[in-house]
Ligand binder design. Structure first.
Ligand SMILES: Nc1ncnc2c1ncn2[C@@H]1O[C@H](COP(=O)(O)OP(=O)(O)OP(=O)(O)O)[C@@H](O)[C@H]1O
Length: 620
């Protein structure tokens, strides 16, 4: 199933269930745990600095309305022309301005700086963790999913996790504190009616917020689904541009994408309309509440001898303090719901386990001769009943060449994949120099194996860098030598930038044959003890192929080589040929032995070469 299947949607809904959440949080927390003492110290220092800056912000927010009241009270209103008594409250005014504008600005900046550092640290940790995990997953995952698209979707989510943590630690907590401080501030006004009115308004406000929040959650999951669909449609088509071009379906694909974008936009529009109604309501409740409160407290002040109008200023200050965090606090549920929806795919990646793993205490492969042995090996791809390999047994001595030929879909590439442990067999064993490869370290196995695969992957960078993927420290001369061996050097030399020429997306600037030769040169540079060629020369003309074959025959001395080929002339020299059909080996032997047998291989050979050596005989 793809990540957008109904099954995945169900999972998305299930994710909202809280039982899963505890596990998800544990999983993410595990990712964020400091890796070493130095990092732990850095995180601790940042947390302390942030804590102090929050405390400072709170102190300033309590002190400023009180200071304001204090200096306003010292400047009473005088209408009869007499001089004011006492001294001008210079200190209070300066302290107020300093606190309100200089100190609070600086502290907020400091807090932002520290929280930003912590957030980026967490974001990086999550992003790197997810990427590393994605790379570590086995071939079954990458074959089944468009992991490129999965990654694009996940990439932004790391930031979301850090943002969430930030809001839990540094926004939600302080908001509660803000509210408490505000309420305490109200008490200084000594107005029970004002306090009661505030409670009523806050409850009303809460109802409005919660109502719009449940709608928002429903929107978020719908939007996440649609966004996923839109991105998938878009990236899948771009990745398959050539297919679209070949079938002349450019317009249809553009329309399919446009439809996905429009659908997304429609949902957005409904959401915005819904939100703005909610926002109007919230605004109405909060400003109505403030008006009510000002009137209540104003009347109190008006009717109480000795109370100053400055109290109203304090009221406004604390009102803000009680009220702004209400939204923050009530949005809490919403923030969490959105968070779990957004991080679903990220968590899926962390939860996924590679199907091919090193066993505990796996030893390194000790390669001596490079003898490969399949013992009753069977394998079926996930979800398939019919095995791709069915009880296959053979041995190829170290230093010899094995060829796999036969029916398309017969299981030749699968044999190579099992040998590389892209997949593990369902039953039976594969041994290299007597060691079961499922018990050795995967990396140590791949250190000795090199392959020219059927579909060649290159990075969109220079030819030189692609060659060096086989041997990172290869000199230019070594690269040139490898390219000469595969008859590619002259071609590269004719490019304007030579070895610095960029190969284009998936090697689009090179021909099929050039790509195959580039991949072969890369294998030569890698210099593996076991070399696999999966139809590595299928796109070459016979002349070029013969030259490369000649070179490879010398090169393969002392190496174990496994070749998959449909053009049988390319494998006639193999020490052992296995003819494969329906996942089974139907014939084995050398070219001459198999021809003499007059069976499946004989048939294949004469279909490709209707005229025998004497030029007369024809099959059928
Ligand atoms: N990733 C996969 N998931 C499911 N089935 C697969 C996968 N890869 C291959 N198969 C199936 O396994 C069988 C053997 O495939 P394999 O690629 O080994 O054949 P092959 O002999 O190399 O064929 P060809 O000569 O066409 O390259 C085929 O039926 C194929 O459809």
């Amino acid at each position: 199933a793809t990540i957008y299947s109904p099954h995945a949607r169900k999972r998305l809904q299930a994710a909202i269930a809280s039982s899963e959440r505890a596990r998800d949080v544990k999983l993410l927390a595990e990712q964020l745990r400091p890796r070493d003492r130095q990092e732990a110290r850095m995180v601790a220092r940042l947390l302390v600095e942030i804590f102090f800056s929050i405390a400072a912000v709170q102190t300033v927010s309590i002190a400023t309305p009180l200071l304001l009241r204090s200096f306003l009270a010292k400047i009473p209103d005088i209408r009869d022309g007499s001089r004011r008594e006492g001294t001008f409250p210079l200190m209070e005014i300066s302290a107020y301005v300093f606190l309100k504008h200089v100190a609070s600005g600086y502290i907020r900046y400091y807090k932002w700086d520290r929280t930003y550092r912590l957030q980026t640290l967490f974001t990086d940790r999550i992003t790197i963790g997810a990427y590393t995990k994605l790379l570590s997953l086995s071939a079954d995952y990458h074959d089944a999913k468009n992991s490129g698209t999965v990654w694009m979707t996940v990439r932004g989510t790391g930031k979301g996790v850090a943002r969430m943590l930030h809001s839990i630690l540094f926004e939600f907590g302080p908001s509660l504190l803000d509210m408490a401080v505000g309420i305490a501030g109200f008490k200084t006004l000594g107005s029970t009616r004002a306090a009661l009115a505030t409670v009523v308004v806050v409850i009303l406000y809460g109802v409005v917020i919660l109502r719009s929040s449940s709608r928002k959650t429903a929107y978020e999951s719908r939007a996440a689904r649609m966004r996923g669909r839109r991105d998938h449609v878009g990236s899948d088509a771009i990745l398959n541009w050539w297919t679209i071009f070949c079938f002349g379906r450019l317009n249809q694909e553009a329309e399919r994408h446009a439809t996905a974008v429009r659908e997304m936009r429609e949902i957005d529009a409904q959401y915005v309309a819904d939100r703005s109604t909610g926002n109007h309501l919230k605004q109405l409740v909060s400003s109505g509440g403030l008006l009510l409160l000002c009137i209540l407290v104003g009347y109190d002040i008006w009717n109480t001898p000795g109370r100053s109008g400055a109290d109203l200023v304090v009221l406004m200050g604390f009102w803000q303090q009680v009220f702004s965090p209400v939204q923050e606090i009530l949005n809490w549920k919403q923030t969490i719901d959105t968070f779990f929806i957004d991080t679903r795919k990220l968590i899926d990646i962390f939860e996924e386990e590679p199907s091919v793993k090193d066993v505990p205490e796996a030893a390194d492969l000790r390669l001596t001769r490079g003898t490969i042995e399949f013992q009753n090996t069977s394998f079926a791809y996930g979800g398939k009943e019919k095995p791709a390999l069915d009880d296959v047994s053979f041995t190829i001595e170290g230093g010899k060449t094995l060829a796999l030929v036969g029916q398309t879909g017969g299981g030749k590439s699968t044999t190579l994949k099992l040998l590389m442990r892209a997949y593990d067999p369902s039953s039976g064993r594969i041994l290299i120099d007597g060691q079961d490869i499922s018990l050795v370290r995967k990396q140590s196995l791949m250190d000795h194996i090199g392959i020219v695969p059927q579909s060649i992957g290159v990075f969109n960078t220079t030819i030189l860098e692609n060659l060096r993927y086989g041997k990172p420290d290869a000199t230019l001369e070594e690269c040139q030598e490898a390219c000469r061996a595969v008859c590619l050097h002259d071609k590269i030399a004719s490019f304007e930038l030579g070895y610095e020429e960029v190969v284009g997306e998936r090697g689009s600037k090179l021909s099929g044959g050039e790509l195959q030769r580039l991949a072969t040169a890369r294998l030569l540079l890698r210099d593996p003890k076991i070399a696999l060629f999966d139809e590595a020369m299928s796109s070459l003309d016979s002349g070029t192929e013969a030259k490369i074959q000649e070179y490879l025959q010398t090169w393969s001395a002392g190496r174990t080589v496994v070749m998959v080929a449909h053009r049988l002339v390319t494998i006639v020299h193999a020490d052992l040929i296995l003819a494969v059909k329906n996942g089974q080996i139907v014939e084995r032997g050398t070219h001459e032995e198999l021809l003499a047998k007059g069976g499946y291989y004989y048939e294949l050979w004469y279909k490709q070469h209707p005229f025998s050596a004497d030029g007369t005989r024809q099959l059928g």
